[in-house]
Write a new protein. Sequence first.
Length: 147
Amino acid sequence: MNYKQMVEEFQCPGCVSGGNTKCGQYKPNDDPLCGGCLNHVLGTQIGLGNPVALGLPKGFCKSAVNWDTTPPERRFKMNIRLWLQGTHPGWNHLNVPVWVLEQRDGFLFVRTFCPRVDTSYVDVIEGGQRSMIPQAIDVSTFIDEIY
């Protein structure tokens, strides 16, 4: 799989710009290590004010809250990083893998938190395995509790 195919699989579903990279808004991530679309915007909501990324599984599809608004609202953009086979983030004490889910044809989903800069990412890793990050919490053990 290549980055464009991963964008169409995990970011394009439900995006306000359209269902594939031919939408006219596709802008590849300029990071040489990972891929993604920089113009991706969540275009699907569950109820009012609850945007979701349709291409991602439960536990990884909801965006953060913007506490600067009154009342606080969910953000319509997410930090989603796509990693090809054999690549992944450099996890450590500054980039902490918190939740992990091994699913869907050999893809690993990881919620990574960067406490130093108060930022989180959803990492989608092609060919990733749960055993890569044993310190992360396995979401499959409580996925039915997530709404």
